[in-house]
Design a protein around this ligand. Structure first.
Ligand SMILES: [Zn+2]
Length: 490
């Protein structure tokens, strides 16, 4: 519809009547929602809501689906300046790209990088992001402030590494962890959490104590687990156990854990997840772009293992994430077993919203269009040719939905984005500032890339070279002339 404007949906209390409302019981026609004080206070047949809320003028939303905002269960908000630096890179890029990049951030650049990532996420239909903990040497409250200003809900990780030289002593780490968990009491958008980069980055005592502290605070601990072959093998050599087994061994496996990636799982480890109630962030785009494997998400779903979907900062586009979630399962497992349905559409919508909220410990707070839940939702325009004739809305949203259909994004009952841009702050100015600051930060960081930029790769492909892809004379292995890049070959 063309005459709908932000003014129609900007009041503190709203009765919205879309064509279809995506509830936990499935798509409902003729439903409405009442939003007040940041939450859904009514969800049900629109006629009934109009009767019980006579003071409200119903806002009709023809051609729109009202659906839960997506939850990004794994992100690194302060890495946004380097998103494309990781393209084409082999695994474990955190060592060569992310750690140096985050180390080069100061307060302003960390703030702008976070707000840029938050804006991208909102544009992509995410209303919550889980930040796995910045390694920038700034107060993590910089990340909180930027997320809050952008208007996104944020599960904010505090890195608790204490096993290597960069980390603090265990006592200091735990004191900071306790403070962090109490720091955002009553905050409408910020939900504190703890984080350990990988199991080996914290001492066994700290792994156990962070699990205990988080569980007591009803928060989560985010840890990258069983992501890359190199990491699994390192753990086996060092501890005689795979990373997930090691977490179990030290007493850190439980419902408070969000195991990011969990791509390389043995059947026994799937059993450990099921038995302990630990949750997973399934990150299919990260697998495709920089991984060794794809988490067996259809198996996790069948076993009742809790999981959400995460981007890992690859791209903040929720419709492409749910599509990738299904697509990756189909290619990796569905083709091999003749499973042509692979979750039947609804699985990916559900885990992209309610499942992610549950994995992050926010299951009663967000992820559903239901009375009492935070009013975190999207208005999605389904008038285009891609969605008609409609036979199966969940499948259609997963396979044919696109972020340009998102008319409005609401978080905690407030309109945060209208047709891709914030109605109440200057989004384009932020993007311009990021375009200035980002290259400065990358120039300061000692980023090492193993893969050339796409232009250099094209030149190399065009020139006949020695077999095995060895560097061609005159064509650097990396864009060595690009500021901030150091060749891995050196
Ligand atoms: Zn990550």
């Amino acid at each position: 519809m063309t005459d709908l404007t932000p003014d129609h949906v900007s009041a503190d209390t709203l009765l919205l009547v879309p064509d279809v409302t995506l509830t936990p019981d499935g798509p409902q026609e003729g439903y409405g929602v009442v939003v007040a004080h940041g939450t859904f206070v009514g969800v049900g047949p629109a006629e009934r809501l109009a009767r019980t809320h006579p003071q409200l003028t119903p806002v009709r939303l023809p051609g729109h689906v009202l659906m839960p905002g997506f939850i990004d269960a794994h992100h690194h908000l302060t890495q946004s300046f380097g998103a494309a630096l990781a393209f084409g890179e082999p695994s474990e890029i955190f060592r060569r790209v992310w750690v140096p990049l985050e180390a080069a951030l100061d307060e302003e650049s960390a703030f702008v990088a976070t707000k840029l990532a938050a804006l991208e996420s909102l544009r992509g239909g995410f209303t919550t992001v889980a930040d796995a903990g910045t390694r920038a040497s700034v107060d993590v409250d910089v990340v909180a402030s930027a997320a809050r200003e952008a208007g996104i809900r944020c599960v904010l990780g505090l890195v608790c590494n204490d096993a290597d030289d960069e980390g603090d002593a265990a006592g200091a780490v735990l004191a900071k962890a306790e403070k962090h968990l109490a720091r955002y009491d009553g905050d409408a958008l910020i939900h504190p959490s703890l984080a350990v980069s990988v199991p080996e980055a914290a001492t066994p005592g700290t792994l156990r104590d962070t699990a205990r502290l988080a569980a007591a605070a009803q928060a989560v601990v985010q840890i990258h687990v069983n992501e890359h072959l190199a990491g699994v093998e390192r753990s086996l050599v060092r501890f005689g156990l795979r990373p997930l087994e090691y977490l179990h061994h030290v007493g850190a496996l439980g419902p408070q854990l969000v195991a990011a990636h969990a791509t390389l799982l043995t059947p026994a480890e799937v059993g450990l997840l099921a038995d302990t109630g630990a949750a997973v962030s399934y990150n299919p785009v990260a697998s495709a772009w920089k991984g060794n494997a794809v988490a067996p998400a259809t198996t996790l779903a069948a076993r009742g293992i809790r999981f959400g979907l995460g981007t890992d900062g690859t791209r903040g586009d929720a419709f492409r994430l749910v599509e990738a979630a299904e697509f990756a399962q189909r290619l990796m497992y569905g083709l091999a077993t003749g499973d042509s349905s692979c979750g039947a559409g609804w699985t990916w919508l559900e885990h992209g919203a309610a499942g992610g909220a549950d994995a992050l410990g926010l299951g009663t707070r967000t992820g559903r269009i239901a009375e009492g839940a935070a009013a975190d939702f999207l208005l999605v325009d389904v008038t285009g040719p891609e969605m008609h004739p409609s036979w199966d809305l969940p499948w259609e949203l997963v396979r044919r939905g696109n972020r340009d259909q998102i008319t409005a994004v609401f978080v905690a009952g407030r309109l945060r984005l209208w047709r891709g841009w914030p109605p109440d702050w200057d989004g384009p100015a932020l993007v311009r500032r990021a375009a200035e600051l980002g290259p400065e930060v990358v120039r300061r960081a000692s980023v090492v890339r193993a893969h050339p930029t796409s232009e250099a790769a094209r030149t190399r492909a065009a020139a006949p070279g020695p077999p095995g892809g060895a560097p061609v004379r005159g064509v650097p292995r990396v864009a060595a002339d690009a500021p901030g890049f150091r060749s891995a070959a050196r």
